[in-house]
Design a protein. Structure first.
Length: 183
């Protein structure tokens, strides 16, 4: 993954900084598809935020738990996990790619339910190279992401307000990026 590095070198840093800008020290951040905690969760923890990471792969959750004991690491599927608390921010960086079209559209609604009023959501998604594919498991070599308009519509349906959107950010391998806020 190109996003390795202590803090200065990961592509999401500028966007993560925009997500965090209005948050106070110790604010609670939910990292969906956190992987092993590198580099995003590490960055959040080192800046003093409280991190809850969720990932379906037990092996990467074990790594995150070992590497970053200050965080809370949960093995679970972001589509179905039950979380009773709310967060100041929710982010899903490079993690929606593994979901079906329908699940991606539903994630904006799920994320909105986990946000406190005034909370922010950040996610990215690669451009859809083959919109006829509904799921990566069908053998397609392409990512089956929603089109940008569908992500934006899902955000609006979830009651969030768009703060920033870039269709293809060259700093993030031309992925689309969305930053939204819960009123």
């Amino acid at each position: 993954m190109a996003e390795r590095g202590r803090h200065g070198g990961f592509a999401a840093k500028g966007w993560v900084d925009r997500l965090l800008a209005p948050l106070s020290d110790g604010a609670a951040v939910l990292d969906l598809g956190c992987g092993d905690g590198q580099p995003v969760a590490r960055y959040l923890l080192d800046r003093g935020f409280t991190v809850t990471g969720v990932d379906a792969a037990g092996s990467v959750i074990a790594l995150a738990t070992t590497r970053f004991p200050r965080g809370r690491w949960i093995k679970g599927d972001m589509r179905t996990i039950k979380l009773d608390e709310t967060f100041d921010a929710v982010l899903a960086w490079n993690s929606l790619t593994w979901l079906s079209h329908d699940d991606r559209a539903a994630m904006a609604m799920r994320a909105a339910t986990w946000l406190k009023p005034g909370g922010r959501m950040l996610f990215n998604a690669q451009a859809d190279l083959d919109p006829s594919r509904r799921d990566y498991r069908d053998g397609s070599p392409y990512r089956a992401d929603l089109e940008a308009a569908n992500y934006s519509a899902a955000i609006a349906r979830s009651g969030l307000t768009m703060i920033a959107h870039v269709v293809a950010d060259p700093a993030c391998e031309d992925a689309g990026v969305w930053l939204a806020e819960k009123p």
